[in-house]
Design a protein around this ligand. Structure first.
Ligand code: GLN
Length: 495
């Protein structure tokens, strides 16, 4: 039975359609894998009753000859997505007890396509973090370890539970969200694939907002083909999100030919960081050679404003977060602090927010309100917005020169130890996003593909950045890279 959970979405879909397996069987296999994996801390709310009902309905649908690609596929859903009647806490104490009355557009689309929901997945609180350590549930754990060393490693963040669950074969795929790298960094840390589509490709409706001009949902999967299949089911125009693009959704899977002859791949010099581990440098060179061997033309490019991306992100994202999080006031949602005799509304806000938000979230709210305050708005927030425009223009310029996609490392290191960064300056943690935030600031699609192992046996990923709305082309280049890299390693089971 446990072998079933190792299937890719594509293989499971084919087996379901051929009647070789039922969704009920697949779902039961995942549910028992999840039961045996509490040590990973990936699932924070399990929904076996919903899963079983959806699986039975999917089997009936398949029997009736109506089987969309996702029909009967068991997935995990990040806790940031509002799921009707099911706890949706964004891993925050402040949303304790919140069960939405509505379903997010992305999860609804997945359900309409027949997807089975196994439960909600761990993450950093309000998707703020790179290690899953800011979660109110406690962190998820990476199924990978350094050789025989038992030290627990981070699965990355903020979609750490999604990454851990997919890498450990607890589900066939998971949803993630990415504001500055939260799909791509955890995917790279756990040896799986994760794509952040173009801003506006997936509806943000019903996803707890972090930084609205940067947030995008996307799939986390075991292969590039699966990323194509799941993304297609998740995205599409939604009138309920005014930033959702009214564009047709292509058949992304049909675009996976593996033929990248004549494609131009840019290698940006600014991503060659001082102090970057040699192994990352070597992986990047290997990836470049693989794409060249597959027939692509490799060109050196310059994205001159790259070094300002991280500071700009850490002004814009907290600014938007401070505004988005103003709604958690102890009145409308979740937690309200116990009040003392004589406390008024101000005390209620203060106590509720002090108890309800963790330290990282409080830090972001404070930074955000500071950069938006009257005296500093121009110096910080407006300056950061201008920098953002320049970063976007850097990409537009290289695309105008004929570059089809850009290859970079996904992360500056392999997965690090849980607690290893706990005493570090918060900026150390922010550096995890150095290769990924540019893509959110420019609104572009980016994908992380596992491409090799480091000396300690940990997965390393490469990132491909594509032209806006050309996820199909990007996925095809990623597919060629995946074929060439031939990454098949799996974590040894210890949980
Ligand atoms: N690690 C980044 C942050 O903490 C990105 C998070 C994300 O993409 N949600 O803001």
């Amino acid at each position: 039975m446990s072998e079933l959970t190792k299937l890719t979405v594509a293989a499971a879909r084919d087996a379901l359609r051929a009647g070789e397996v039922s969704s009920v069987e697949l779902t039961e296999a995942c549910l028992s894998a999840i039961e045996g994996a509490d040590a990973l801390g990936a699932f924070v709310h399990k929904t076996p009753e919903i899963a079983r009902a959806q699986a039975a309905a999917a089997d009936a649908r398949i029997k009736a000859g109506d089987a969309p690609k996702m029909c009967g596929i068991p997935m995990g859903i990040k806790d940031l997505f509002c799921t009707k009647g099911v706890p949706s806490q964004a891993a925050s104490r402040i949303l304790k007890g919140f069960r939405p009355e509505y379903e997010s557009t992305v999860s609804q689309k997945l359900f309409d396509a027949g997807t089975v929901m196994l439960g909600k997945l761990n993450m950093d609180e309000f998707a703020m973090g790179s290690s899953n350590e800011t979660s109110c549930y406690g962190n998820a754990v990476n199924p990978w370890r350094r050789g025989n060393d038992e030290a627990a490693l981070t699965p990355g963040g903020s979609s750490g539970g999604s990454a851990s669950a997919v890498a450990a074969d607890l589900c066939l795929a998971a949803t993630g969200t990415d504001t500055g790298g939260s799909i791509r960094q955890p995917a790279a840390f756990t040896g799986i694939t994760g794509i952040k589509p173009t801003y506006g490709r997936c509806s943000r409706w019903g996803i707890v907002a972090f930084a609205s001009s940067l947030d995008q949902a996307g799939p986390m999967t075991k292969s590039v083909r699966d990323a194509a299949i799941v993304l297609e089911a998740m995205c599409g125009h939604d009138p309920k999100d005014s930033t959702s693009a009214d564009l047709p959704v292509p058949d992304f899977e049909a675009m996976l030919t593996g033929d990248i002859k004549g494609k131009t791949i840019g290698i940006p010099q600014e991503y060659r960081m001082n102090g970057m581990p040699e192994e990352i440098e070597a992986l990047w060179a290997d990836g470049t050679a693989m794409l060249k061997d597959a027939g692509a033309r490799i060109v050196d490019i310059s994205l001159p404003h790259t070094k300002y991306a991280l500071p700009a992100y850490y002004v814009i994202a907290p600014a938007e977060a401070s505004s988005n999080l103003a709604r958690y006031d102890g009145v409308r949602y979740g937690h309200r602090a116990k009040l003392a005799q004589g406390d008024g509304i101000t005390e209620m806000y203060e106590k509720t927010r002090a108890e309800g938000f963790g330290h990282e979230v409080q830090r972001r709210v404070m930074v955000g309100t500071y950069v938006l305050s009257a005296g500093f708005y121009d110096a910080y927030y407006n300056r950061a917005r201008k920098v953002r425009t320049l970063i976007k223009k850097d990409f537009e310029d290289v695309f105008a020169q004929g570059v089809d996609a850009i290859l970079t490392p996904a992360t500056p290191s392999a997965a690090f130890g849980l607690d290893e960064m706990s005493d570090a300056d918060p900026v150390q943690m922010y550096l995890n996003d150095v290769f990924t935030v540019t893509v959110n600031l420019a609104g572009l699609p980016g994908i992380a593909v596992p491409a090799g192992l480091d000396k300690q046996g940990l997965p390393l990923g490469l990132q491909l950045i594509g032209r806006p709305w050309e996820e199909g082309d990007l996925l095809n280049i990623a597919y060629a890279l995946e074929e060439a890299a031939g990454f098949v390693a799996k974590p040894a089971k210890w949980w």
